[in-house]
Design a protein around this ligand. Sequence first.
Ligand code: FEO
Ligand code: CA
Ligand code: CA
Ligand code: CA
Length: 740
Amino acid sequence: MTLLNKELELAHEIVEDSNPTNNTDFQTIINRRLNRRSILKGGTGLTAAAFFGALPLVGCSDDDDNSRPIVENGNDAAIPAQGDLKRPETLKFNAVAHSTAEAMTVADGYKAEIILPLGTPLMPGIEDWKDNREQSAESFEWRMGDNHDGMWFFGKKGNGYDAKAAENGLLVMNHEYVNSEELSPFGYYVIQDKDAAPLFQSRRLASDIRREVNCHGVAVVEMTRRADGKGYEMVSTSKYNRRITSSTTSQLAGPVAGSDLVKTKFDPTGYQTRGINNNCGAGLSPWGTYLTTEENFLGVFARGQDASQLSAGHNHGRERYGASENSPGSRYLWHTPDAKDAIIPDEFSRWDMTAVGTNATEDYRNGFNTFGYITEIDPFDPKSMPQKRTAMGRFAHENCAYAPVEQGKPVVFYMGDDARGEYIYKFVSNAVWSNSDIGGGLKAGDKYLNDGTLYVAIFNEDGSGEWKALIHGQNGLDASNSELPFSGQDEVLIFARAAADVVGATKMDRPEWVSVSPMTGEVYVTLTNNTNRGVKEDQPLSASNPRSYQVDGKNRGNENGHIIRWAEAGGDHAAMSFEWDIYLFATPYDLTAENLSQLNDSNDLSSPDGLYFDPRGVLWIQTDDGAYTDTTSCMLLAALPGKVSDGTAITTSAGQQTRVGMPASNDNIKRFFVGPEGCEVTGITMTPDFKTLFINIQHPGNSWGAIKGGKIPRSATVMITRDDGGVILAESFDTAEGVA
Ligand code: FEO
Ligand code: CA
Ligand code: CA
Ligand code: CA
């Protein structure tokens, strides 16, 4: 046996690539978590009518009408409607310069503070993080996890949700994945045994896996305004503080619940599973619950040789999600610790999806099928079980954004599948919206999210687009399909990618976050990058994914990414067609031939990822980049977009015709923050008074986030406030010369 400490591909860098289609391109049984006592012992909106009816759309000219009245609460659902809803006419703060420093930089007049780093105890009695990393694996069920990602601040009044409450709230955030080297006292420790069975030649320690499982998932942290009135601090004794991890029992809700394809040894009835995993971008429901996502869950599963045990269709379904035969999974190797070290049944073997039993209830072949869902959590009910909303489809979910709700109309959610050449989806509820459901918790979720239609997007060459329903029995989604004969809606949803292939969905350049403009109702999606575009034959150029270019003599596809947007027909989010253009091409400003949005050094960016329209209509853009990092680390920009068709028709350097939005200027997009070297800037939420902005920093490349004098880099939240405690980006304060 040998000790190995080798750099393998980090989980966040896994860009799974399993779309082989030729689609044309214009196209708790028992809650098994340890209880609180044993841990201590063990150690250590606005309505659509308002948007499209009485009020003018926001244009690109400087006579934009910002006089839109504040719509008082009543039909603005979970969107905070309090405070200064006026969108600034221009961006007047001084742009933050490119930086590769080991520190973060924020615009003049603002303060950025590190809070809630990895390992922060969420209850009294848990000792603080120490750089020796000897805290017990079990204690991480009550600590902040790793790689903070999407989040939302839920205003709280008394014991309930109040979208306008800013003094006190529940900050709910995702912990996407782990940096094993920083997490374990042993670093990334792997035992090699060449004589072992193929999936077990590289094995990891039980305590390391347990710690990693606990560092994934979601954290709920009660925050209260600090005594000086600026910013917030954690309420360490709060009954709401909670972790949901990759071992927390979760409910399968909706059409997939009880399906043969989700029956496992853990739950032979197919209604429950253990854990949520690789929780990436955030989502808020209009009734005030948290919608977390499951993205690169592939990385924690291993699959041996078992194709002969499965139907050809179900084998195809697994492969379509990157799980081919004889793959030990990524660096995680969660299935590998010795079974005798397990403290709960199947603690490790459940991550091995190989079909080894005589049927699915004897193994974990279907464990894989119980991950990849939008999962609803009610932060105000600490005892509630996460609900995997299967009607919204199973794929590498990035985030989930709802369209403005309107009384008596369906509720619509937009979602992206982040892998090269994957698709953009929307879910339309069958139930129609009622304002009386605000604060309705998971019961409201049952009403809107268990029953509805999943659609996938086709972006046509001429700027039009259409939605195709993924309904069993329609659009070829039936038993006659040769690659995966669909026997029911459960199969359509579990293998949503394969279903979307059949209807001819458009292969996109890695759809990341979605956000809907509160001013125009238009939908924006970051397409972060795609090094396969125009490089691999099955991902040719298209009008909606029009760039592929040489960098340093090598074809790097669409290395820097772009942001696409569309307007639904008639302003109806349940419409079957839309009109689209490309809002912005991300590009280093001096890469002239590709700088189609006319960016300059104050606003250029690469690999847009996090995306958030604040309730005033300011668009915040975050980057997760590896292409421009010699010049600048990842960043947060503020932007004031116009609307679809405010730009021109263009031809890219690759000869592809498309449409781009109005050019960038220092008035309409500007760099607000640059993170420390090596990091990703992701996750964003604002308090209802617009005075505090929270963002997250993942995997800083240096001692940023370390305890004072320490060296272990830690992911953390950054809390941004104005020096004078005012409203972020409020025009009365910011001046062209800087902050008054
Ligand atoms: Fe978790 Fe696609 O970012
Ligand atoms: Ca990430
Ligand atoms: Ca992301
Ligand atoms: Ca990314």
